[in-house]
Design a protein around this ligand. Structure first.
Ligand code: GRF
Length: 258
């Protein structure tokens, strides 16, 4: 498997430890980052794991100065991206949106080039703070029925997507917080849910305590979900449910084979 991180990498550490102690059947082929300073890269190097960084900040800064059109990967297809992402491609917003996605594709093409050297079955996002676009996702998910990018999110999705799950849970005054591991799809934190763990929030607890409690559960949940993938037990299926009045609705669920 490969892992992408942006920061401290405590989830990466949990995966490294689970792999080293044979609690999961996983070998980490590489750890990549959008941030060359990420401490997660240092953790990986300590364990002799190949690392790389694609400096998003620097690339995006340079693209703002130069001609973006010259850098966009040849296989970047704007029209199909608009359709996949369900974007409203209005004339006014078009230029800005196209710029946003084209510049991300430049960074993502660099990530993909780095990853090419190390084949992998599963890509785990562990605190990777960049949104991945359909350009990247489709290069990794070559079989659309078998997603292979996982993410861990610090809230009980679909509540509190975005980058401060524990903060949002705490500020809302929730009595229960939690974390979620899901497959990545084209939306932000919207993909099919693989596993969740929850904990109670007591009135006297601080946000720091809530974060610490949540992280501890993340370190258990992520290796568990990775092991289910390693055992090839995860299937994304569409289930049709019928209500009392005979109306039907569809839901996408991850089934865990026994
Ligand atoms: C975790 O809370 C994870 O859920 C979120 O970012 C944080 C990363 O922490 N996506 P770490 O870098 O693994 O310590």
């Amino acid at each position: 498997m490969g892992v992408l991180v942006s920061g401290g990498g405590s989830n990466l550490q949990a995966i490294i430890d689970a792999s080293a102690s044979n609690r999961i059947d996983a070998e980490i082929a590489f750890v990549g980052s959008d941030n060359p300073e990420a401490y997660g890269l240092t953790r990986a190097r300590k364990h002799g794991i190949r690392t790389f960084a694609v400096d998003y900040k620097k690339i995006l800064q340079e693209l703002r100065k130069g001609r973006l059109e010259d850098q966009v990967p040849e296989d970047f297809d704007w029209e199909s991206l608009v359709a996949k992402q369900g974007l409203r491609d209005t004339a006014s917003g078009r230029k800005e949106l196209k710029r946003y996605f084209s510049s991300r594709a430049v960074c993502e093409a660099a990530l993909l080039r780095e990853m090419e050297a190390c084949p992998f079955d599963l890509l785990a996002l562990a605190g990777f703070m960049r949104v991945l676009t359909p350009y990247f996702i489709d290069h990794v998910n070559v079989d659309p029925t078998r997603p292979r990018i996982m993410n861990i999110h610090p809230a009980l999705l679909p509540a509190f997507p975005g980058n401060d799950g524990y903060g949002d849970t705490f500020r809302y005054g929730c009595k229960v917080g939690g974390c979620t591991v899901h497959f990545v799809d084209y939306g932000e934190d919207t993909g099919p849910i693989i596993g969740q763990k929850a904990f109670e929030i007591e009135p006297h607890e601080s946000l720091d305590e809530v974060r610490a409690e949540g992280l501890k559960l993340e370190w258990e949940l992520y290796p568990e979900c990775i092991q289910l993938f390693a055992e090839d037990r995860l299937r994304v299926v569409t289930r049709v449910s019928t209500l009392k009045d005979d109306s039907e609705f569809m839901r996408k669920v991850v089934e865990i084979a026994r």
